[in-house]
Design a protein around this ligand. Structure first.
Ligand SMILES: *Cc1c(COP(=O)(O)O)cnc(C)c1O
Length: 484
């Protein structure tokens, strides 16, 4: 028996790399990262090519000079989210400082879940949550947790709201949720996962700026109450994904309070603009919400995997997510502490707070504020300049998203041709690859969409895109596109 154990011990011992080998592998990783970062300004934002990574899983480990089986740095296929030319979806970038925090989180492997075993990690995460709570203007009664992203945070918010409002299998068919067509699709996902699909979902009309029409909301809610239905949740957006619209939160909050309805604000994209002067003015009413979601992996430029749910009254998270287990009996929180495990769906989890903590310690808040102010101005600049080029635009940018499309005079009465003209415009920008933009569909029309949020995006990227679009429009062959 002992011999057998020893023989396995010998082989398994390879899992603890000795110091000299550690250095070799670490060096290989650092070299890859350095080569990636130094060539980043020349890298494409989008490369339409095959993935050539070697994906075999070996039985015997690979030496330091061959273990990185991924593509060469700078030649990764698909979207390059680290690039400043990433102006599609919602960018962020991925701060190196945060990667250093991640490295330490993984090496030390602190259990950032329960105060009893990792008071340091829990205190760091809770400090970050408290900071975010004060950013949105919440009181000491509020709290929250760092989630893997906005979708999971929105799901937890809806679960907490469901339980706080007593929605269950007996009353769900009479229960009503209000949101607009502009709400992120993770809200629909959350409604389904939370077992609320059998309830009623009202899609509230929007105004010409794609904000919730509060007069319509009031009328629909009153009609529903008159019918004996049970309005219980309004999901508003503070920065919609499509156009960056901020719903009129003050007016919505008045209605929510009057009818005892939970107000959830999805600020996954827009929330961290609260660090700017403009954002403070536009987003101050977020403090009226019962719960708020914001994504550090968007507005704080962190690598993917960090969102946050903040809740006005901590008890509402505790009610939905607190469980006891025999094997956890030693892990009770002291009175003034709440561990993430008590108020969130996860147990064992990445110490994701350390990446944010490290980034904030290395940089301080000042450059974050400046970067976010810069993004707001870049969107304004693009909006002004693209109109000068003769493009149609959607609403003036509330935050950092602009929708736009070109309507050639010759095609103007042919909706399908205009749509396909703009589709081909998108395609040619992506073929160039230096800038990545995306598109959306608004009221049945195809629109190009610019979203500025990477910390690496600067005026030169916006000017490059404007030049590309000018060129493509000037050289486009309109005859091909007309389908009568
Ligand atoms: C990105 C986004 C989400 C989803 O967040 P993930 O972090 O991608 O899961 C939800 N709502 C809005 C408004 C978003 O922009």
């Amino acid at each position: 028996m002992e011999d057998k154990v020893k023989s396995f011990e010998e082989v398994a011992g390879a899992l603890e790399l000795p110091s000299n080998e550690r250095a070799l592998y670490t060096e290989a990783v650092l070299q890859y990262a350095e080569s990636f970062l130094t060539s980043l300004p020349e890298q494409k934002a989008y490369q339409n090519k095959e993935d050539t990574s070697d994906l075999t899983i070996p039985e015997e480990g690979r030496p330091a000079d061959r273990f990185l089986s991924v593509n060469e740095p700078g030649h990764l296929p698909g979207l390059n989210p680290a690039s400043g030319g990433h102006l599609g979806y919602i960018p962020g970038g991925g701060l190196y400082a945060a990667a250093l925090g991640d490295f330490l989180a993984a090496v030390t492997n602190r259990y950032a879940t329960v105060y009893y075993v990792s008071p340091d990690a829990v205190r760091i995460e809770n400090t970050l949550v408290r900071w975010m709570c004060s950013l949105v203007g919440y009181s000491e009664k509020s709290f929250g947790y760092l989630s893997p992203g906005g979708s999971q945070a929105n799901l937890s918010a809806i679960v907490a709201a469901r339980d706080a409002k007593g929605i269950n299998s007996k009353n769900v068919t009479k229960s009503v949720i209000y949101y607009t067509s502009q709400a992120h699709h993770c809200i629909d996902k959350a409604i389904r996962i939370a077992g609320l699909s059998e309830g009623i979902q009202r899609v509230v009309p929007v105004n010409e700026n794609f904000q919730m029409d509060v007069v319509a909301l009031k009328k629909i809610m009153e009609d529903d109450l008159g019918k004996g239905l049970l309005p219980w949740l309004i999901v508003a957006s503070a920065g919609t994904t499509d156009v960056g619209a901020i719903d009129p939160l003050n007016e919505i909050a008045v209605l929510a309070q009057k009818h005892h309805v939970w107000l959830h604000v999805d600020a996954a994209y827009g929330g961290f603009f609260l660090l700017t002067e403009t954002g403070k003015q536009k987003l101050s009413a977020v403090s009226l919400a019962d719960s708020v979601v914001m994504d550090p992996h968007k507005g704080l430029f962190l690598p993917y995997g960090t969102g946050a749910l903040l809740i006005k009254n901590k008890e509402n998270l505790f009610r939905s997510f607190h469980y006891k287990a025999n094997y956890m009996q030693d892990a009770e929180d002291p009175g003034d502490i709440t561990s993430p495990a008590e108020i969130s769906p996860e147990l064992s989890r990445h110490f994701r707070g350390l990446r944010l903590w490290t980034a904030l310690q290395i940089h301080g808040l000042k450059p974050f504020r400046a970067a976010l102010e810069e993004k707001l101005l870049l969107a304004q600049y693009f909006y002004k300049e693209i109109r000068k080029l003769g493009f149609e635009t959607g609403p003036a940018p509330e935050l950092s998203i602009v929708t736009y499309r070109y309507v050639p005079q010759k095609l103007k009465n042919n909706k399908a041709a205009v749509n396909s003209f703009n589709q081909s415009l998108l395609k040619t920008v992506l073929e160039d690859g230096r800038i990545f933009i995306s598109s959306t569909s608004l009221q049945g029309n195809f629109w190009l969409r610019l979203a500025v949020l990477s910390f690496r995006t600067h005026l030169n990227h916006i000017k490059l895109l404007l030049n590309l679009l000018r060129e493509k429009v000037a050289t486009a062959n309109l005859d091909v596109e007309v389908k009568e």
